[in-house]
Design a protein. Structure first.
Length: 391
């Protein structure tokens, strides 16, 4: 009996030690509906690109600020700036804040611009890849591995090899890549589990670019790849000598919804550090981004729903209106966005009889005419309808 008690004691002590070291198992996968599943629960990545050295006080202050926002995910370009223990402590803080981290391996290709000399005692692209994954793959903060940030198609053989290596080392976390080469999307499909593109139209290109790129990404990904898009929150003028405008709240909202209604399974906004140096000032920009994040966060249960009834159609003639319909908790939700700079009229036809319609985030109402929901969209406007169906 004493032996059994001792065994139980050691098992409990081992479990406590195992969990307290921050290396508890954390399984993440993409299900058949392209939804991210974290520890058997649906998860919608709503995140930010950041760039902070893990071994700095500013990195911790930044985590505190992001944790006090609606965002649940970060992708840190500078995660590998610290040594192994510094990175581990940083991941512990990420986890304590309830955040998830997409771990960047995107620089582990010798000959690329930001290829590091070493990470801890690991040197060389293969050894660093294997070392980092082995060190951190069981850390609960890890959401996914970031394998490619806009590398050209000549890297595809190396990217394919890297993907196979990562999956062999860690089958319990997906991989994500982001490219702008929208005409070559299919060529990259064997290099990742999740694919994304980063359309940045503000302020020189049509805002409809976002919907077009998302559609192309979703179509190329097919039914067996998730899509995490990268909406623009930054001022492109920060990367050139040409002065450009920062995206307004309305423009960011339009771009985010174009992603959502055209098939995005996650949104990682670019980028938090650029908000810090925005000519409009950080506080106003950050408040706009948080406001949008709060709105999207409130819709996450709806975005994760897989129920398909009732059917909704948009009658022909409504140019530039993008929409999706979700059924959640006994109600139908239509998310719709005008991707043009001109007003648009929309006529949605719903296959079941409607009891009432409410427009979320707006102080107005709209009426149903039999099975028709008709509304007018201002330029780049977004409308989210909550519709109660008669049983």
């Amino acid at each position: 009996m004493n032996l059994i008690k001792n065994q139980r004691y050691y098992l409990i002590a081992f479990a406590i030690l195992f969990l307290s070291t921050g290396i508890a198992d954390s399984k993440v996968y993409i299900d058949d509906n392209n939804i991210t599943i974290v520890n058997e629960k649906p998860f919608f990545p709503l995140g930010l690109y950041i760039a902070s050295d893990p071994n700095t006080d500013s990195a911790i202050r930044e985590l505190n600020e992001i944790a006090d926002s609606p965002f649940n995910t970060i992708m840190n370009y500078k995660i590998n700036s610290g040594n192994i223990e510094q990175i581990r402590r940083y991941l512990d803080v990420v986890n304590e804040h309830g955040l998830k981290l997409i771990y960047s391996l995107k620089d582990f290709y010798e000959g690329t611009k930001y290829f590091p000399d070493r990470i801890g005692h690991y040197k060389g692209e293969e050894e660093m890849t294997r070392g980092v994954i082995t060190e951190f793959k069981r850390h609960p903060a890890i959401l996914a591995w970031y394998l490619n940030d806009e590398l050209p198609s000549k890297y595809i053989p190396r990217l394919t090899k890297r993907y196979k290596t990562v999956k062999s080392l860690d089958p319990d976390h997906p991989t994500w890549i982001v490219i702008y080469q929208v005409n070559e999307l299919r060529s990259y499909l064997d290099t990742t589990d999740i694919i994304g593109t980063d359309p940045y139209p503000i302020s020189k290109k049509p805002i409809a670019m976002v919907g077009e790129w998302t559609k192309l990404t979703r179509k190329s990904a097919g039914t067996n790849k998730a899509v995490w898009m990268v909406p623009q929150a930054h001022n492109l003028g920060l990367y050139s000598k040409e002065k450009q405008d920062s995206p307004t709240f309305e423009q960011m909202r339009c771009m985010a919804y174009q992603c959502l209604v055209n098939g995005a399974n996650g949104l990682i906004f670019y980028s938090y550090p650029d908000l810090k140096r925005d000519p409009s000032g950080f506080e106003s920009r950050w408040n706009d981004v948080k406001r949008l994040g709060t709105e999207i966060k409130s819709l996450i249960p709806i975005l994760l729903s897989t129920e398909a009834r009732p059917k909704v159609q948009l009658l022909s003639g409504a140019k530039n209106i993008h929409f999706s319909a979700k059924y959640y908790d006994g109600k139908l939700y239509i998310m719709a966005v005008n991707s043009s700079d001109q007003p648009q009229n929309a006529d949605f036809v719903i296959s079941e009889e409607v009891k009432s319609v409410k427009i979320l985030f707006e102080d107005r109402t709209v009426n149903m005419e039999k099975y028709h929901l008709k509304d007018t969209f201002s330029p780049i406007a977004v409308h989210v309808y909550e519709i109660e169906i008669i049983p």
